[in-house]
Design a protein around this ligand. Sequence first.
Ligand SMILES: O=C(O)C(=O)/C=C/C=C/O
Length: 485
Amino acid sequence: MAAELHNVVGGTRVAGRRTFEKLDPVDGSLVAHVHEAGPDVVDAAVAAARAALDGPWGRASVAERTALLRRIADRIEERFEDFVAAEVRDTGKPEHLARELDVARAATNFRSFADTVAAAGLDSFLTELPNGRKALNYAVPKPLGVVAVIVPWNLPLLLLTWKVAPALACGNAVVVKPSEETPSTATLLAEVIAEAGAPAGVYNVVHGFGPDSAGEYLTTHRDIDGVTFTGESRTGSAIMRAVAPSVRPVSFELGGKNAAVVFADCDLEKTLDGLARSVFLNTGQVCLCTERVYVERSVFDAVANGLAERAKALRLGRPDAPDTTTGPLISQQHRKKVQSYLDLAVAEGATVLAGGSVPELGPDLAGGSWIEPTLWTGLDNSARVVREEVFGPVAALIPFDTEDDAVRLANDTDYGLAAAVWTTDLERGHRVAQQMRVGMAWVNTWYLRDLRSPFGGVGLSGIGREGGLHSMHFYTQPTNVCVQL
Ligand SMILES: O=C(O)C(=O)/C=C/C=C/O
């Protein structure tokens, strides 16, 4: 039985101008009819958020706001399985991954930002003037206001709560536009936030697409105070154009073409396991995933063979099957894009080390958007599949000779999100990681997260940082008060 997902405006379900179908990427079955928000519904959602700010929510204390976040975290945990089911319905990812990563991080995100805001002090200075007099400077953080939150389909609940938690902790009200591919968890979160006692209008959801739909209506709306977005770089550019006339602040975590650098002195087995996870986690649909693997020449064959073994050992299957390691891509449309890169790689001269085509998984999965985990050799940095983000379970393996070569090759990209360095020489690990022109560099690990550290990228990978106080800097506007003493 397909669900019906409404927009949520001021705490009430609102129908859209039409509905669109959300299909299950596992087998193409119908998951939900989703109400698409037109300009009127988006306008009502922004007005509801503004009204919340002008009401009790705008006067809530830090203690009241952080207490609400903790109740939301508790309620997510009470409804843990509902979130797992919603996330899996939308994405087809293995249930264990939805549990261990997406839903677990949703609760953790709310708790982490409750801690951050509760502990945050003020920027203040006791100013000593040349004439011997003094002044007191202190900056009062105020909410940014009505924040447009636009989130992608790969880690939908994780990324939604990664933005909504700090936004609410800092006293904002939000209008969320989830991806049309993953409407379920954002809608369920509206129930949970209401159950936790948030005033109506603090959290609103408008469903739809980008151009000529909810995304465009929201980002061009004259009464939003900022936009936070995670997703493709070209959509980031479109949002920058949308807010340019009103000069609104943007926080962008965008695409990546992330490199791993593997030195001959790495711990080979640990590195192969870590590399395989960094290439194939969530079917390669994580902005941080590795799509370029640079390997010191003397261990190139050992790494290539070991990684190919791991790729071939992955089990594609239904989310609830206990031995499933890898789900489908999010949609037929995205599979078409990834497939075009599989074909392009061969045209560019790649040797296919593993995968390379659509798998045969039997008739009941034939309607899904499945793709084989794929590895290439025989390419160099000039190949399009080595320069462009594929956002699938793919990587090109390229040899290098010297450390300087490795740094040059890894930094030869228009993106700059993440990198991983694999070596047992920690001095070299620090040295090479610091030279990576990225927001986050991991050494002998990957996607190990401290939620207080700065998260974001440079170049085409985005603007600003999220995490701990870095999120507070985006979701608040300080007023500095200077008092002559
Ligand atoms: O783990 C995080 O906090 C995060 O933001 C992950 C982003 C992944 C994007 O694809």
